[in-house]
Design a binder for this molecule. Structure first.
Ligand SMILES: C[S@@+](CC[C@H](N)C(=O)[O-])C[C@H]1O[C@@H](n2cnc3c(N)ncnc32)[C@H](O)[C@@H]1O
Length: 314
């Protein structure tokens, strides 16, 4: 692999708007990778950060971040993404190893490099859906690094507010085979109708024995946390106003929607996993993470939910 990646040219999709949030998560993963007590390893993450003008000066190690671990952005928020990465790595690997699922779909994949860094069964296929511009940037960086996927990988550049199911099935997705779906860090940005349509589509395309993990925010009033350290530091230090990017519409009850259709679902706070792993963010005052929930759902004949982390009531 090349040591460094110069600034690349296909940056239109990541230099602004919601695409920039993919670089934020990449920077967090880079920092997590270099921690001595790392929860997840992503050797590609720092190369994405360095390759885009907008993020080239961001820290990729904690000792490059003013305030280090006490920084709300590069300490606590980055750790949140590190924990999320680990928990969802575990979800996907558990799905393919213990249930025989061989088809994985990453919705809003962004700069997720799981296809390149996780140890997949040889016959696994990974579909990645995101906007064309984000995937073009990702490919330019990964090509420069001569990165090779560790399973068959099918990138699909499309908008998840449109008919993405058609694009997915046109590339060989098999709706008669069970699937592991991942919707990480995406639903906040989608309007109510797009989230509902996405959940309905996942349900419709899921053969029995499928699994789904996704992240939501429960706050009725997102603006209640506008002055939280997490939102203000992201706004001031990076120019990313997450609240401007999030949909302000009331959120649908996707857990109820899935359980009505026969899915078994379990809902967790991120803090459940902080306790489980012995590191990660803990609750604090005026906490923009207070409403975040990680949902795990499946249509297994006998639920394979992990009882080691008791679910919370929503
Ligand atoms: C915060 S990033 C998360 C990326 C990735 N899941 C991860 O955790 O690294 C949000 C991603 O959602 C994608 N996204 C947001 N709205 C989208 C839409 N309408 N259609 C396709 N992708 C979208 C963005 O392009 C971005 O890559």
């Amino acid at each position: 692999m090349a040591d460094t990646v110069p600034l690349v040219t296909s940056t239109e999709g990541v230099e602004g708007g919601v695409g920039l949030t993919a670089l934020l998560v990449a920077a967090a993963r880079a920092i997590e990778t270099h921690r001595p007590d790392s929860l997840a390893q992503d050797i590609y993450a720092e190369h994405f950060v360095r390759a885009a003008q907008a993020s080239a000066h961001w820290p990729v190690r904690l000792d490059q971040a003013p305030g280090g671990d006490t920084s709300p952005l590069w300490g606590r928020f980055a750790r949140y993404f590190g924990l999320r990465t680990r928990v969802l790595d575990d979800f996907l690997l558990r799905s393919v190893r213990s249930t025989g699922i061989r088809q994985v779909v990453l919705l809003g994949a962004g700069l997720d490099t799981r296809a390149f860094r996780l140890d997949w069964p040889v016959d696994c296929v990974i579909f990645e859906i995101d906007r064309e511009g984000v995937l073009a940037f990702k490919h330019e960086v990964l090509d420069t690094l001569s990165a090779e996927p560790r399973a068959r990988r099918v990138p699909i550049g499309t908008d998840l507010r449109a008919d993405w199911a058609g694009a997915l099935t046109a590339t060989g997705f098999d709706a008669t085979a069970p699937t592991a779906w991942l919707v990480e860090g995406l639903l906040f940005y989608l309007p109510h109708a797009a989230e509902t349509a996405l959940i309905d589509t996942v349900d419709r395309l899921s053969a029995p024995g499928s699994a789904l993990a996704y992240e939501v925010k429960l706050e009725r009033d997102l603006m209640a946390y506008r002055d939280s350290p997490l939102y203000t530091s992201t706004r001031r230090q990076l120019g990313i106003d997450l609240l401007d990017l999030f949909s302000r519409e009331p959120r649908p009850d996707s857990v109820a929607r899935l359980t009505d259709r026969g899915w078994t679902a379990s809902v967790h706070t991120p803090f459940d996993f902080t306790h489980r792993h012995g590191r990660g963010p803990l609750p604090e005052e005026n906490d923009a993470l207070a409403g975040n929930r990680w949902v795990f759902a499946d249509t297994y004949p006998v639920s394979c939910m992990d009882p080691a982390v008791p679910p919370v009531r929503v």
